[in-house]
Write a protein that binds this ligand. Sequence first.
Ligand code: RBF
Length: 191
Amino acid sequence: MAPGPCNLQCAQYTGRGPKLQGLIEGPSAWDTWGVTNTLEPAPLDPADRFAIVVAEWNRSITAKLLDGAVETLTKSGVAASNLDVAWVPGAWEIPLVAQRFAQSGRYAAVICLGAVIRGETSHDQYINRSVSHAIQQIALASDLPVLFGILTCESMEQAIHRAGGNVGNKGVECAEAALAMVGLLKNCPRA
Ligand code: RBF
């Protein structure tokens, strides 16, 4: 079934994030009231380039996120030659390189991948707060999707679960979100 709005006729859940069971299921109002001005994403342009900034810190985790992102992009039709990857020392260094990529005008989207794991000190909080804020600022300032694929985990176990384990691969989800945003922005009005 083609991706699209989910209602009772929809056999398959097409949302992102966890699917809620029970009460919340059923046709959604916007879908049944004849609201038709829903922006559709444009198809991928084979010329679209993607940049990935990935942190070396916790590389055993971040390499898995990278694998997931690269596989998702290439399976969706992004040529390997249109995919640039930059490794940075840690999550703290991601925004500066993401900003360079975003400002270059060469890319349709910039994907940021990292794994910050809580330690004995509050270091993780400083990194997470600052980096998440910076990434959003870069996206808004450059008018480009800059994706937040940085795990912010309480433990290594949580990170393993999110890097191809039983909670999926957040690199895959991040690449899917990048593709969705690139398509959607092409059909969004500009100033
Ligand atoms: N970088 C990460 O990407 N994930 C981490 O979990 C992480 N933990 C750190 C903990 C401490 C105490 C320090 C000093 C750095 C940590 N970093 C981590 C590295 C950080 O992102 C950055 O590369 C360095 O602080 C150098 O600017």
